[in-house]
Ligand binder design. Structure first.
Ligand SMILES: *Cc1c(COP(=O)(O)O)cnc(C)c1O
Length: 354
């Protein structure tokens, strides 16, 4: 019945998210969720709005959440935009700020939603190969462009780009918006938020889905100078003027207020990541240096898809991308220490019986 589809729909290749299996007792290390539960303060905040006010529309401007974020990141009023997960925020960014006559640039190995949005919004793009070590080289972006976007740390490599390299990109491309997608910045990276007052072309995107343990609630945000945020608000208010629901608004504010819990979870994940890297390195794996809550790794002799399959047989799921340059790599999310131990035991078995 696809004759009912618009021409656009015929051309789309939708994003395929990592599997969310409907079975229990899996060690689920495939979608970079946080292994720790949300802060108790978030449950309390949700309980406090679970009442008859749910019949009312939420605040269309999400003012409380924006204020909490502005204060937390030391920004001015009008410098924060919020949406239903950073995927929605990114969608508005693509249509409001990245659709121009010249091509949008992003790395060849990166978050695979970017080309999907280009298809949806009719944006011309060009991919720039990462270096052999999977690094972003700012000099490679010194070509005509209508914008630049990349995750920092990059996904799925986990590699961090230093702030001075980001400044080089910002200075070399004063007429393009540079979008830094910081979904994983809280696991050891330095945020580009500190550069916002100095660069009119910088937009930083973050999410509650990874470091704040709230992937199920869908909250993301963008930070930049007021003219960029205004462009996003125009698109958002032409699409869905009530993006963040009442429950998510309350939880989003509470999450920002519980800094000690947040710091503790991030520290634990970094510690577990260090342990995993040590195990992998000692067992024949090469690991890209990671500043994220996952590692990107390949075994010196064993095939990646075979390892993934054997892990699955042991009820552990990791992510394998059948894509050029990275088909021998696995992306493994950092779990709890117990999950990590189960992973290491399973990998040791697989290597022993190979
Ligand atoms: C997870 C992820 C997102 C999306 O996060 P949501 O806020 O859950 O939509 C965006 N960018 C990158 C690079 C991610 O890994």
């Amino acid at each position: 019945m696809s004759q009912f589809w618009s021409d656009l729909v015929h051309t789309l290749t939708p994003y395929v998210p990592g599997e969310q299996p409907k079975v229990d007792n899996l060690v689920k290390l495939n979608t970079n969720e946080n292994p720790y539960p949300p802060s108790q303060k978030i449950y309390d905040a949700i309980a406090s709005v679970n009442d008859e006010r749910l019949r009312l529309y939420p605040d269309p401007n999400s003012d409380n959440l924006k204020t909490a974020l502005q204060t937390h990141y030391n920004l001015n009023s009008g410098q924060v935009f919020v949406g239903n997960g950073s995927d929605e925020v990114l969608a508005h960014i693509f249509s409001a700020l990245l659709k121009h006559d010249k091509p949008l640039l992003f790395p060849d190995i990166t978050y695979s939603f970017y080309p999907v949005y280009c298809g949806l919004y009719g944006i011309d793009y060009q991919t720039i190969p990462l270096t052999e070590n999977f690094e972003i080289n700012p000099d490679d972006y010194a070509i005509e462009n209508g914008g630049i976007i990349f995750p920092n740390p990059n996904a799925p490599t986990g590699r961090l780009l230093a702030l001075d390299a980001i400044e080089t990109l910002l200075k070399n491309n004063p007429d393009s918006v540079i979008v830094v997608d910081e979904a994983y910045i809280d696991f050891g990276g330095e945020s580009a938020v500190s550069l916002i007052q100095d660069y009119a072309n910088l937009l930083v995107v973050q999410t509650y889905s990874k470091s704040r343990s709230l992937a199920g609630l869908r909250i993301g945000y963008a930070m930049g100078q007021q003219h960029l945020i205004e462009g996003l608000e125009r698109v958002k208010n032409s699409f869905n003027s009530y993006p963040i629901d009442r429950v998510a608004l309350a939880a989003g504010v509470a999450a920002i207020e519980d800094q000690p819990y947040f710091d503790d979870c991030c520290e634990k994940i970094i510690q577990t990541r260090n342990n995993l890297v040590e195990f992998l390195t000692a067992n024949g794996f090469e690991v890209i240096p990671s500043s994220a809550n996952f590692v990107f790794t390949k075994h010196k002799t064993l095939d990646a898809s075979t390892i993934a399959q054997q892990l699955r047989e042991k009820a552990i799921i990791v992510r394998h991308f059948k894509l050029p340059r990275i088909d021998q790599y696995l992306r493994i999310t950092i779990g709890t220490d117990e999950e990590n131990q189960a992973l290491c035991n399973a990998l040791a078995d697989i290597i022993k019986s190979a």
